[in-house]
Write a new protein. Structure first.
Length: 307
């Protein structure tokens, strides 16, 4: 709990820093918007003069505050920041401030519906957007393009991806083992350093009950070392200590780009939760593949593997 609380505190501190940075650098600007909300997530689409969205930003909002700053009736907001990156959202005239950012893992759904005006257009027009129809998959209704669902894009960095031809299976296994041993060594070493009652002779006698090291403390330092290596270091250098020794970097499977700090934090929290979910029969995410980032050879990325 201490490690998770520290990481969450750092995230909120980072959000506060970016809010202050946006308010210092950018003036308030009036933006017409379209509000989007799906489940527990909400977005604002900043609309241009031609009615086309310039950018769609996700709002960082507590569950109890969703829909209070903006909702489906809101037509205009104040925005200070870079529409393509992040900024601060407020009501016209000032008021509550919310952090808004471009989120790659979570994007709002986009549907194109057939209207009376468009029904006479020929589908052969290459510039027209695909039309959608309501179908049923068993008992669940869903929207899909007329003529069938589009072909699913192939994930980047998966097995057999020709964009990353260098063999890496053995490197990934060795890098995982090395990272795990480094995190374990940091956890055990730090726990021994802060334990005044540590008795090395008990290890020689295999008297594990009288070693004098609290295993809970060792687990806490293990998680802290793992978070620093897999979140902080990997968000800066795109690799962990173990992966760096084997010339590997992590990429996002959906577009081949490097994962953000938020994506790495979500993956790390999921990996901490995964053993509890397995042994406790807990619920998992809908798209579990989003939490397993592929590791590829650095030379393949350098030669143009990513976009």
């Amino acid at each position: 709990m201490f490690v998770i609380g520290t990481v969450v505190g750092c995230v909120f501190g980072w959000i506060g820093h970016r809010k202050r940075k946006a308010l210092r650098r950018y003036p308030w600007t009036d933006w017409p918007i379209r509000y989007i909300r799906v489940g527990g997530d909400e977005w604002v689409a900043l609309m241009g003069q031609d009615g086309v969205p310039v950018s769609t930003l996700q709002l960082s909002t507590w569950p109890s505050e969703r829909g209070k700053l903006v909702d489906f009736r809101t037509r205009q907001i104040w925005f200070a920041g870079d529409p393509q990156k992040y900024g601060v959202v407020s009501r016209p005239g000032g008021g509550d401030l919310r952090y808004a950012y471009r989120s790659t893992p979570k994007t709002p759904p986009e549907f194109t519906f057939r209207t009376d005006d468009s029904s006479n257009r020929r589908s052969s027009d290459a510039s027209s957007r695909p039309e959608y129809e309501l179908t049923r998959d068993g008992t669940h209704p869903k929207m899909q393009p007329v003529g069938g669902p589009p072909e699913e894009p192939k994930p980047y960095g998966r097995k057999g991806d020709v964009r990353y031809p260098s063999p890496r299976m053995l490197r990934r296994v060795l890098a995982f083992v090395l990272d795990w041993l480094i995190h374990l060594g940091c956890g055990v070493g730090a726990a021994i350093a802060v334990s005044p009652g540590f008795a090395p002779d008990a290890i020689a006698r295999r008297d594990w009950q009288h070693i004098g090291v609290n295993p809970v403390v060792a687990v806490g330092f293990f998680l802290a070392a793992s978070a620093i290596d897999r979140i902080i270091i990997q968000s800066i250098f795109h690799t962990t200590i173990g992966k760096a020794l084997f010339a590997l970097v992590v990429i996002r499977p959906e577009d081949g780009a490097y994962p953000s700090f938020g994506r790495l934090l979500a993956v790390w929290l999921f990996d901490v939760y995964l053993p509890l979910a397995i042994f406790g029969n807990g619920a998992g995410p809908d798209r579990i593949e989003d939490y397993f980032l592929p590791a590829v050879r650095w030379r393949d990325v350098r030669h143009g593997g990513t976009t």
